[in-house]
Design a protein around this ligand. Structure first.
Ligand code: NAP
Length: 525
């Protein structure tokens, strides 16, 4: 890593340039996991740029009340860095953020991180075989390789409700919680009943004077099989060889594989979805006494059409006298109230938007424009031809570039499994390039077409194509409409990333002038 001066040749004034072999964008769990594996493989010349002032990504940003991971943490952690510090099977945000920091300390990841650096765009420069990455601070990064680790949920979505801007009270998105705001006794509205809303609503119900929950689509909520992890269990996790791996295996076999199976292979797991649906109906019946309210909370579509959610407190929150479920559509928000289509005005002090994120929209993943050899951005390529990538990680026309959380890469409810699989892919290619002395690697179009044909053929097994998802959300107009879930399981995805033939990539000694602007590291191609 070297700070060097350069004469400005860019449209905006360049304060300075930095060069490195590999630029990683994002210091969340995927950036941290990438850094650990890069170091392990001896790739030390890398920089991680992070837009915020600290690391942790989603676990730094999402600190709303009630936030926990909603699959067992023993499985939602790196296989190579298991922790015996969890206090419950579903760890709260503070413990997950602590895990991120412990990893960063142990592997000295922060030596490589440059904080407060928002990437504006990255462009492949074919003449120099470099990625040129511009940041809002004016610093330009020149790197041989670019890895985007900006997360799937980087860009929050506010609801498209008329009048939202005219609301005079407090508005909060779940991703940017204002911990200084006192909800005690306030008139509160929550919009959204996805995985986030399900966690926030019971917490606010306990403190709000009045809580209006605006539900557009009901959600199947499964009882959460959570238990505290006591000192004896933690001792066993620390000291009994094989105990933690066994717990991981059980979590995979008992929770992740069947639940993800419902999403990715409904044809096989449809029977299980029906069983889960029955359990959710019993959960609603046990928690809610009013039949009319129960009916409003009960979806008509299959369990799994929306991401499975877990809570022991969500349904029962609606039994509280201060909580009202509103299913009439919101017409508008005015200065002091939410107005529904039936004309009812509900005055509020604060509006909480648990309305999710922009995912697989223009420049959301990665969260900035990336321009390849043809000068076209990845978003433009995807807008034209659909979201396609080779095993979710690489795209022809974008040499020396890798994605984490690319299209059709989700093969587990544990996003960490997915990160590990993507990093495995990336490291295999980087190591092969090093072995061959290649400075330019690019996946072939044939390899991507072959992989995508496999994906599209298997899509028919997924719940959106083979289950009843009418009324569950945006209509899936074609098979390419939900580009996240790969119809496989995380073990099969791991095998795939571990063993795909490296001949799917072209490895070249590119005719570059020099690497970055640092002549001392010029390559001799
Ligand atoms: P989400 O699943 O996209 O849900 C957004 C909610 O907002 C939906 O109920 C949606 O209703 C509603 N909504 C959006 N616009 C609206 C409008 N104009 N009017 C009324 N309702 C509106 O978002 P999320 O709950 O934040 O979850 C996002 C992702 O975060 C999940 O997929 C999950 O993977 C992740 N997550 C993970 C955890 C964890 O523990 N690991 C916890 C929380 C979240 P419709 O359904 O009708 O569109």
């Amino acid at each position: 890593m070297k700070l060097i001066d350069s004469s400005a040749t860019h449209a905006r004034p360049v304060i300075r340039e930095k060069s490195c072999e590999i630029l990683v964008v994002g210091a969340g769990l995927s950036g941290i996991g990438t850094a650990i594996k890069l170091k392990e493989a001896g790739f030390d010349d890398f920089i991680i740029v992070e837009r915020a002032g600290s690391l942790g990504g989603t676990w730094r940003d999402n600190s709303y009340p009630g936030v926990t991971v909603d699959i067992p943490t023993i499985y939602y952690s790196f296989s190579f860095e298991q922790s015996a510090e969890w206090t419950t099977f579903y760890a709260p945000q503070s413990e997950l953020l602590g895990y991120c920091h412990r990893l960063a300390d142990k592997y000295q990841v922060e030596d490589h991180v440059v904080y407060d650096t928002l990437v504006e765009q990255s462009r492949y420069d074919g003449t120099r075989n470099e990625w040129v990455t511009q940041t809002a601070s004016g610093v330009v990064y020149r790197s041989r390789f670019l890895i985007t680790a900006t997360g799937l949920f980087a860009v929050p979505r506010l609801p498209d409700i008329p009048g939202l801007k005219s609301f005079a009270g407090k508005t909060m998105h779940s991703k940017a919680w204002d911990h200084g705001y006192d909800f005690g006794g306030k008139q509160v509205a929550v919009i959204g009943t996805g995985a986030t809303g399900v966690q926030i609503i019971p917490e606010l119900a306990e403190v709000a004077g009045k809580l209006y929950v605006f539900q557009r689509t009901p959600t199947w909520v499964f009882p959460k099989p959570d238990k505290p992890i006591g000192p004896k269990m933690r001792w066993a996790m620390r000291h009994i060889p094989g105990f933690q791996p066994l717990l991981r295996l059980l979590s995979f076999a008992a929770i992740d594989m069947p639940l993800f199976g419902i999403l990715g292979n409904f044809q096989r797991y449809g029977w299980l979805a029906r069983r889960m649906r029955g359990l959710c109906i019993r959960h609603i019946a046990r928690s809610v006494s009013d039949p009319a309210l129960r009916a409003k909370l009960t979806p008509t579509f299959d369990f799994g059409c929306r991401r499975p959610t877990f809570s022991n407190k969500f349904y029962s929150a609606f039994e509280r006298p201060n909580v009202e479920l509103v299913t009439d559509r919101i017409q508008q928000v005015d200065e002091h109230a939410v107005v529904t289509v039936d004309g009812t005005e509900r005055p509020i002090d604060v509006l909480v938007c648990a309305t999710g994120f922009h995912v697989f929209e223009k420049d959301t993943n990665p969260a900035f424009p990336v321009y390849g050899t043809a000068g076209e951005s990845l978003s433009e390529v995807w807008a034209r031809g659909g979201h396609e990538a080779f095993k979710g990680s690489a795209v022809p026309g974008f040499p020396n570039f890798f994605l984490i959380y690319g299209p059709y890469s989700v093969s587990s409810l544990s996003f960490i499994r997915m990160i590990e699989n993507a990093v495995l892919h990336i490291l295999r290619v980087l190591k092969e390039a090093r072995r061959l002395g290649a400075s330019r690697v690019e996946v072939t179009s044939e390899a991507m077409e072959q992989d995508m044909s496999w994906v599209y053929a298997r899509n028919s097994r997924r719940i959106w194509e083979s289950g009843n998802c009418v009324g569950a959300g945006p209509p899936r107009a074609n098979l390419k409409a939900n580009p996240s879930i790969r119809s496989t399981n995380s073990f099969a995805a791991w095998k795939d990333q571990r063993f795909f033939p490296l001949s799917h990539y072209r490895f070249d000694r590119a005719p570059v002038v020099a690497f970055a602007a640092d002549e001392s590291r010029a390559v001799a191609e």
